[in-house]
Structures are given as C-alpha cells and as structure tokens.
Design a protein around this ligand. Structure first.
Ligand code: FES
Length: 107
C-alpha cells in the first residue's frame, strides 16, 4: 500500500514527548511550536501574537493550553484560539500527521 504524504517531515515522534513543546522550522523559515497534548501532536506559529515571544522556547504547556510567560496570555494549541488576555489574535495552526512514527506538518 502506498501512503501519500503532503507535508514536511519534522522528526520522529519520540522527539515530541507528551506534555512538552518543541521547535520546528519549515523550509521557508517559518518557525513553529509543536506540542504533544495527551499523545496527539499539534503545531502552531511559534511567536505569540501579542508580543512575539517564542512559545517553543518560553511557553508553558498545561493540558491543551500554552501560556506565554511575557504577559501570561494563553492559547488553545488545538485550535490556536486565544483563551486568556492580553492575547486576542489567534495563533496560526498547521495540520499534523503522524505516519509510521514520523511527524509531518502540512504546509
Ligand atoms: S508577548 Fe505573549 S502575552 Fe505578551
């Protein structure tokens, strides 16, 4: 059986441990924050939409919510929706596929 993959390989699934945030970079230089929430992997733009803090470097993941430590704004990483002030602009999200223990981001 042939599997068609429309995405960029960002690494093996073990590089994205549960409850953690890791960085990834797309071919055009776009930086992502990649989250493992209960075994499911999600990807968003790396920069907080409030003040451009790096969520992969400085964000704190609790369940499906990432908190930005600059001003304590929060987002739902599964949808990108802002969930806590001062963040009001959603994070861009990127679809993620895990195929045979490899993680791909559609781009
Ligand atoms: S920079 Fe993220 S909440 Fe202000």
């Amino acid at each position: 059986m042939t599997t068609t993959i429309n995405g960029i390989l960002i690494g093996p699934v073990q590089d994205f441990p549960e409850g953690e945030i890791r960085p990834a970079t797309m071919p055009d230089g776009t930086n992502l924050a990649v989250y493992n929430v209960g075994g499911t992997i999600y990807a968003t733009a790396d920069l907080c939409t409030h003040g451009e803090a790096s969520l992969s470097e400085e964000g704190i993941l609790t369940g499906n919510i990432v908190e930005c430590p600059w001003h304590f704004g929060t987002f739902d990483v599964t949808s990108g929706a802002p969930t806590g002030m001062p963040c009001t602009v959603p994070l861009k999200t990127f679809p993620v596929k895990v195929i045979e223990d490899s993680v791909y981001v559609e781009f």
